[in-house]
Ligand binder design. Structure first.
Ligand code: HEC
Ligand code: HEC
Length: 202
């Protein structure tokens, strides 16, 4: 009995650890399979594919796991891409992309920036929307230690699609509904504004 509890504890600490577990050097080779869409250094050249450069390992490995489970985050393309990845592969690839930097901001609509910045920096007290920077960082760099994703410089189309997916529940892999509960309070205009602002920072 004692042994079982001990094994459980070890597993808990092993899976909840925040230290980099992956090997970026090994990950570079493995990430070649991802480069065709996400860019060899994670700076995807087209809006259709999200940038992974500078994204944190914890977040990347969680998304790989979630795409594999094909339930709370479903995407037909990514389902095929992650099928053959082991946990170690995912960690290595995650470590590699985390070590890369976002090369440039993404295209954005200048007229949306002011409203988007207000929301990102300060939230909306009246509507009960918290400031995004509280978790995603003042420059959108994310919080690697706890796996809060980097957002800065991401394509507007991709960010907007994810916000909509959280809002309508087609993406539900956010622990404790942290994003879905925020999106309940956001209008379409709010989402467009903040997605444009996010594209403009890095
Ligand atoms: C054929 C194109 C393609 C290839 C190759 C590809 N991906 Fe993707 N990837 C996508 C698309 C499209 C999405 C957006 C899915 C969505 O809308 O939810 C995505 C999303 C992701 C995300 C989520 C990003 C985020 O910000 O949440 C991760 C992580 C990811 N891919 C990792 C990988 C890895 C690792 C590989 C290589 C093993 C890979 N991808 C190969 C097309 C691709
Ligand atoms: C309390 C912390 C918290 C706050 C505040 C927060 N987020 Fe998040 N957000 C998260 C977490 C955690 C995830 C990752 C969920 C998962 O595991 O897939 C996330 C995911 C996202 C994603 C998906 C990223 C990707 O690459 O697919 C976007 C976009 C996003 N948040 C935007 C926002 C915006 C805009 C705001 C402010 C209106 C905001 N977040 C406020 C914690 C937060």
């Amino acid at each position: 009995m004692k042994k079982i509890i001990f094994a459980g504890l070890v597993l808990f600490f092993a899976t909840s650890g925040t230290a980099l577990a992956g090997n970026a050097e090994a990950g570079k080779t493995k990430a070649a399979a991802c480069g065709g869409c996400h860019g060899m250094d994670g700076n995807s050249p087209v809006a259709m594919y999200p940038k992974l450069a500078g994204q944190n390992e914890a977040y990347i490995t969680k998304q790989v796991k979630d795409f594999k489970a094909n339930s709370s985050r479903q995407n037909a393309i990514m389902l095929g891409m992650v099928a053959a990845l082991s946990d170690e592969d995912a960690a290595d690839i995650g470590a590699y992309f985390q070590s890369q930097t976002t090369a440039q901001t993404a295209p954005f609509d200048e007229s949306k920036i002011a409203a988007g910045k207000d929301l990102y920096k300060g939230g909306d007290l009246q509507k009960g929307i918290p400031a995004c920077q509280g978790c995603h960082g003042p420059t959108g760099a994310g919080t690697a230690g706890v796996g809060y994703p980097r957002l800065g410089g991401q394509y507007t189309e991709y960010t907007l699609a994810q916000l909509k997916a959280f809002k309508d529940g087609t993406r539900s892999n956010d622990n404790k509904s942290v994003m879905r509960s925020i999106l309940e309070k956001m209008s379409e205009d709010d989402m467009i504004a903040v997605a444009n602002y996010i594209a403009s920072i890095k």
